[in-house]
Design a protein around this ligand. Structure first.
Ligand SMILES: Nc1ncnc2c1ncn2[C@@H]1O[C@H](COP(=O)(O)OP(=O)(O)O)[C@@H](O)[C@H]1O
Ligand code: SF4
Ligand SMILES: [Mg+2]
Length: 374
């Protein structure tokens, strides 16, 4: 196990304690073309003060999952499962309670601040708004707090009078971070907070987010398609594919020693932050992520998996819990929430009856490397 000191982004105050617990969360959008199963049975925990990075290609369900946490999804979305925030069931909250929780307990930094900020209101007014709406400050105190927050995110106080279009992309993202911090929430959800920014500004904004949450016990869920960015910022990583979590674990372990073939490919596609040469030659995956309405049978990753076996096309997989070695047989009935995936084929074949634990070398496709421990 990697020591906490050597893990990227690890903050000593992070401790397990379940600020957020998801159990078998699924989100399905209804659309004219049919149901879109965007998130399919996600279970995970986030401790107080912990930073979790959620990675995955576009369309893997990251934003849907993030929006579900605060019930920010459109009406066409149906959410099932359990979302417990600080012991409260988010899906059962009244609208009044939900409004109180948004910003005050948990806040969101959206992708592309240009669209999230109101273009006709000064940024100071917008930063003060959650404080006033939640009656957490008088108007005079809110003005002082806006100045403090702007300073914390590296903007001069006079910027409070600016309109969003008068700021650069990086400055607008700083304003969004100030808004997210205004009510001192327990949880910040940052959905691709740096995707629209150039590389230098990206690094500054990430450093800023990390420094602002460090030491305050704020938990962070940071979403990105770039595993290296997340590995440098977060304590733990969760990798999503086709609406499911395929692997979770400490950042360094997932980034440098991923067990699931998809996580491995993602880590190789986004090499180390700052390593310019390797970024110029990423070894990415072929093919596209699947359309949720037309998911492949069996393991939904099988058409792209470099180590797929023939049976991957028709058999789904059991993921191994993080604290158990692949040699130990997992109970098919177990569905431990925090998986470190090792896509071992342990589900019995309903047609063929009991089967040995390993799938056998003769199944290895010609020309492909034999499957490793995964
Ligand atoms: N409002 C919606 N109605 C129907 N499908 C949607 C809607 N929003 C997202 N989707 C679909 O859900 C899937 C997951 O989308 P999203 O959560 O945005 O993924 P990500 O953030 O990982 O890119 C995608 O296939 C997307 O097209
Ligand atoms: S080896 Fe098979 S089960 Fe594992 S990720 Fe590849 S396709 Fe999926
Ligand atoms: Mg998204």
């Amino acid at each position: 196990m990697t020591s906490p000191e050597t893990r990227p982004g690890t903050r000593p105050e992070a401790r397990r304690g379940g600020l957020l617990e998801l159990r078998d969360v699924a989100v399905t959008y209804r659309s004219a073309a049919g149901d879109v199963p965007a998130v399919r049975g996600v279970s995970l925990e986030l401790a107080e003060g912990e930073a979790l990075g959620v990675a995955g290609e576009s369309g893997s369900g990251k934003s849907t999952l993030a929006l579900a946490l605060l019930r920010l999804l459109p009406k066409t979305a149906r959410v099932t499962g359990e979302i417990m925030l600080d012991g409260e069931d988010v899906l059962a909250m009244t609208w009044g309670r939900l409004r109180a929780v948004r910003w005050a307990s948990a806040s969101v930094v959206f992708q592309g601040a240009q669209h999230a900020l109101n273009p006709v209101r000064r940024v100071g007014t917008q930063i003060a708004e959650p404080l006033l709406v939640h009656r957490m400050a008088t108007p005079a105190r809110a003005r002082t707090r806006v100045t403090e927050l702007l300073e914390q995110v590296g903007l001069p106080a006079w910027r409070a009078r600016s309109y969003p279009h008068e700021l650069s992309g990086g400055q607008r993202q700083r304003v969004m971070i100030a808004m997210a911090l205004a009510c001192e929430p327990q949880l910040i959800i940052a959905d691709e907070p740096t995707t629209a920014l150039d590389v230098m500004i990206q690094a500054q904004v990430l450093t800023l987010i990390r420094s602002l949450i460090a030491g305050r016990g704020i938990s962070l869920i940071m979403i990105s398609h770039d595993l290296s960015v997340l590995a440098a910022t977060c304590d733990r990583l969760a990798v999503m594919y086709a609406g499911r979590l395929v692997e979770t674990g400490p950042s360094r372990e997932v980034f440098t020693g991923a067990r699931h073939p998809y996580s491995r490919a993602l880590a190789e596609a986004f090499p180390t932050v700052g390593d310019f040469a390797s970024r110029m030659a990423p070894r990415g995956l072929g093919g596209d992520p699947p359309d949720p309405m037309r998911l492949p049978g069996g393991c939904s990753f099988h058409p792209r998996c470099p180590v797929a076996l023939p049976s991957c096309a028709w058999r789904d997989v059991e993921l191994w819990p993080a604290d158990r070695a692949p040699e130990e047989p997992a109970s098919p009935a177990s569905s431990a929430p925090s998986h470190t995936a090792a896509c071992v084929h342990v589900l019995p074949d309903p047609e063929a009856g009991p089967e040995p634990e390993t799938t056998g070398e003769d199944e290895t496709p010609a020309g492909r490397p034999a499957k490793e421990s995964a």
